[in-house]
Design a binder for this molecule. Structure first.
Ligand SMILES: Cc1cc2nc3c(=O)[nH]c(=O)nc-3n(C[C@H](O)[C@H](O)[C@H](O)COP(=O)(O)O)c2cc1C
Length: 393
């Protein structure tokens, strides 16, 4: 079928030629060293396996730009210059396997736990986080300026480590999204209030990262088109922010939505049949109509036919859970018309917390049994056998 061929046509993001339109959306792997966030051989292997599996562009799991912005245990760090060499080994391994790799960079803001970062989380405004239940401290202007610089320094490290692109995490309730949302941003200075003020942090981060990496280095963003929370960022505002980022030179926008506090309407949803696929596509199409840069649609893509149809409206599609289940899904789609074996159970979060990247359907607990829920009072991740409830990113 002609339209299926569209999946395997190349596209461009700034200077980067991407060989096909399948992107591995950022996926926290839980495979970094717990102390400093440096990569492990298992992380390198997982990304090289994806490259061998034929996906056009791999986006790493979110990497923290500052220890205070770490969102989860065993998350990769991009907060120190001395990590560049070990991260270069990762990008080189992906290149040797024939792939391309971008790194997603993040500050989790208030969406983390004090026990994971050793201090009170920071956000645009002081509040109790609706999902994590943590007390969040409001950022001073100086802390905002420092964090913008942290993003810029992290972007420069991504480039120095040989990655092909850098993606800002502006979705799923992380710090950039916290500034955009009126629910979490109650500031009364230049960074709060009307949309132009709430978007200022995103624009400043983009500008600082751009100065750090240069005009021809691919710099893109994963953006919440809407938060799906009463009083949160709505689609009309999401489109305005996308326009603002486009006007300021972002190289592509991956359109997502939802936050952990949005429950069933989070970024990571159940997908029921082909009709449930691509649950943010209409938002991506609305953004595509408003911007000139490439637009990537993420969220619930499972079948080759639906992906091919979507590519009539957007430039590329990104998948997360299907590539956990089948890292070679792109090669499979090149050979056959099949649907991903992923059933969207999202147990990959639980497996990730316990052992690192893995599919809940394929995973067998060595001692027999994968618990379905977090026992009350379970401690932080660390020693084998500890367990926490599912926490979204
Ligand atoms: C285990 C797991 C880890 C994730 N880690 C990230 C992440 O680091 N950064 C991010 O932007 N989204 C993350 N996501 C969200 C996915 O990138 C994606 O937006 C979402 O799962 C919907 O796509 P899917 O239906 O193809 O899984 C994660 C999702 C899962 C299931």
């Amino acid at each position: 079928m002609e339209s299926m061929a569209e999946i395997f046509k190349p596209w461009r993001m700034n200077r980067l030629g991407v060989p096909n339109k399948l992107v591995r959306s950022a996926t926290w792997e839980g495979l970094a060293n717990p102390e400093d966030g440096s990569p492990t051989p298992q992380l390198t292997q997982a990304l090289a396996d994806l490259a061998k599996g034929g996906v056009g562009l791999i986006i790493t799991g979110y990497a923290f730009i500052h220890p205070r912005g770490r969102g989860r245990p065993r998350q990769t760090g991009i907060h120190r210059d001395d990590l560049v060499d070990s991260l270069a080994d990762v990008s080189h391994a992906v290149h040797r396997a024939g792939g391309l790799v971008a790194m997603q960079i993040v500050h989790a803001g208030g969406q983390t736990k004090a026990e994971w970062i050793g201090q009170k989380p920071l956000g645009p405004s002081a509040l109790i986080h609706p999902f994590y239940g943590e007390e969040v401290a409001g950022m001073s202007l100086g802390q905002i300026e420092d964090t913008i610089e942290d993003f810029a320094r992290a972007a420069a490290r991504v480039k120095a480590a040989g990655f092909d692109a850098v993606q800002l995490h502006g979705a799923h309730g992380c710090l950039i999204n916290q500034f955009l949302s009126p629910l979490t941003n109650r500031r009364q200075d230049d960074y709060g209030g009307g949309l132009e003020n709430r978007a200022r942090f995103a624009y400043d981060v983009l500008a600082a990262a751009r100065s750090a990496v240069g005009l021809d280095y691919p710099l893109f963003i994963k953006l919440n088109s809407a938060d799906y929370e009463a009083g949160g960022l709505g689609l009309a505002d999401g489109i305005e922010v996308a326009k603002g980022l486009d006007a300021r030179g972002v190289d592509a926008i991956e359109v997502s939505g939802g936050t952990p506090a949005a429950g069933k309407l989070s970024a990571v949803r159940t997908v029921r049949g082909v009709g449930g696929e691509g649950y943010f596509l209409s938002n991506a199409v609305a953004i595509k109509e408003a911007v000139s840069c490439p637009v990537i649609s993420v969220g619930g893509w499972r079948s080759k036919a639906r992906v091919a149809e979507a590519l009539e409206q957007v430039d590329a599609v990104a998948l997360c859970r299907p590539f956990i289940r089948q890292p070679d899904l792109a090669n499979r789609w090149q050979a056959n018309d099949e649907t991903s074996a992923c059933i969207s159970c999202s147990q990959c979060f639980e497996v990730g917390m316990r052992h690192g990247l893995g599919c809940g359907q394929l995973f067998h607990e060595p001692k027999g049994h994968v618990p379905k829920a977090n026992p009350p009072g379970a401690g932080p991740v660390g020693p084998a056998g500890s367990w926490r409830s599912m926490v979204y990113v």
